[in-house]
Design a binder for this molecule. Structure first.
Ligand SMILES: Cc1cc2nc3c(=O)[nH]c(=O)nc-3n(C[C@H](O)[C@H](O)[C@H](O)COP(=O)(O)OP(=O)(O)OC[C@H]3O[C@@H](n4cnc5c(N)ncnc54)[C@H](O)[C@@H]3O)c2cc1C
Length: 382
């Protein structure tokens, strides 16, 4: 096992950090807790693509950069260290990049071109008000009518939803719980509506409710036929869990950086608080938690790069990394004392931003149940 970054990865990350400090930090500061307008989000995502962020994952023959999973993880970590909001939008770009191969011909090329040039934003709609952990409860329905499907239903918690020009929609085509689910491409022009959800954190990017009321879509927009959609999504999204873990850990790293600085500067009882054993031990624990979470996520991504089975490792890295990240940011708040809860310091923002990662991409409870099922062969979901 090689734990060293290659020279190329090191150069890429150094350049990306510099870019984030110069270009991204002022933007996220300006829009703290406010939605970044879509035009500015587009420009920022376009600029970050030069480093391989987002659709960089696409193969070179398709116009991407063929960035490997480990490097994608390192980039998402650095990005989230600067702004978890920008990292969420980049993650959706990455997922769209993985799923775009299922857009039917002849429209695939035009979507590909627009996604690569960030002319159009996409989103992925699976969750619903009554279908979260139990995705087979999806009710959003596509009913055949001549050459079209007519779609009715609601999607919930859709990252990039408000920004989106199109959605890859998981819809129900018949009553079979799994076999009835298919994936269809719906364009904003077909008539879906979005409304942004106000949240405790991550409000600088869009998380939306998406509504379909008699939305008419040509049958030729079907991406994955009923029956194969769940498997396709499972395979395509498998590599996203360690990325979410690294995004949470990026926030934790930023909180740790702040805590180190603060504990060196802040003096109580005649010395810097870093000189008090309980604070020093906290710093030691926080750094260890970030490192352990990172190693597990990067190991998972390395399995993805080698084409090896990574589902168990992905579930482990998702729950462990996001839990460690939340613990670390909570301790960072404690180290900052009263200042930690003020908006003058960045910790309270991080505290609110990191928490949703324990829920998104499959809750941490569901990850643990998946690991248990894989190891024992017994399903404890029901
Ligand atoms: C910031 C954010 C972004 C998101 N982005 C997207 C997106 O882009 N696209 C999309 O489709 N979805 C998205 N989601 C939705 C996300 O995938 C769901 O929130 C998640 O799957 C959980 O569903 P739920 O919120 O309905 O919770 P529920 O499923 O209702 O769960 C509630 C609680 O019950 C627990 N629970 C549920 N079932 C079991 C069980 N069998 N055993 C033990 N405990 C159980 C859960 O772990 C949780 O603690 C996003 C969510 C968030 C927070």
């Amino acid at each position: 096992m090689d734990f060293q970054l290659s020279e190329q990865q090191q150069l890429l990350l150094d350049g990306f950090r510099k870019f984030l400090n110069q270009e991204a930090k002022p933007l996220v500061k300006r829009y703290r807790d406010q939605l970044i307008p879509v035009s500015e989000m587009r420009s920022m995502q376009r600029a970050m693509q030069d480093f391989g962020v987002g659709t960089g994952v696409l193969e070179e023959r398709l116009g991407g950069m063929g960035v490997d999973a480990v490097t994608t993880g390192l980039l998402q970590f650095e990005l989230s260290r600067c702004s978890p909001d920008l990292a969420v939008t980049a993650l959706i770009q990455n997922i769209i990049g993985k799923l775009i191969q299922y857009v039917p011909e002849p429209m695939r090329q035009s979507y590909l071109d627009d996604v690569l040039s960030v002319q159009r934003f996409g989103c992925v709609g699976m969750s619903e008000p009554d279908a979260g952990s139990q995705i087979t409860a999806v009710r959003c329905r596509a009913v055949e009518d001549g050459d079209d499907y007519v779609i009715n239903g609601e999607k919930m918690w859709i990252s990039n939803g408000g920004y989106s020009d199109f959605i890859f929609l998981l819809a129900r085509f018949n009553d079979d719980p799994v076999g009835g689910l298919g994936l269809i491409l719906v364009d904003r022009d077909h008539g879906y509506r979005t409304s942004d959800i106000s949240k405790m954190g991550l409000n600088s990017q869009s998380t939306a409710q998406v509504s379909f009321q008699d939305v008419r879509v040509p049958k030729s927009n079907l991406m994955v036929a009923p029956g194969a959609a769940m498997k396709t999504l499972l395979i395509s999204l498998g590599g996203s869990r360690p990325l979410v873990s690294l995004m949470a850990l990026g926030v934790a790293q930023a909180a740790l950086d702040e805590s180190i600085r603060y504990s060196q500067d802040r003096r109580q009882h005649g010395k810097p608080i870093a000189g008090h054993q309980l604070i020093s031990a906290k710093i030691g624990e926080m750094a260890t938690k970030v490192e352990a979470g990172k190693l597990l996520a990067l190991k998972t991504l390395s399995l993805v790069d080698q084409g090896e089975r990574a589902d168990i490792s992905a579930a482990m890295s998702k729950w462990f990394g996001t839990q460690m990240a939340c613990d670390v940011v909570s301790e960072a708040m404690q180290i900052h004392g009263g200042n930690g809860i003020t908006t003058e310091y960045p910790i309270e923002y991080m505290y609110r931003a990191v928490r949703p990662f324990m829920v998104t991409e499959g809750t941490n409870e569901i990850q643990k149940l998946s690991i248990g099922r894989a190891l024992t062969g017994i399903d404890a979901f029901g």
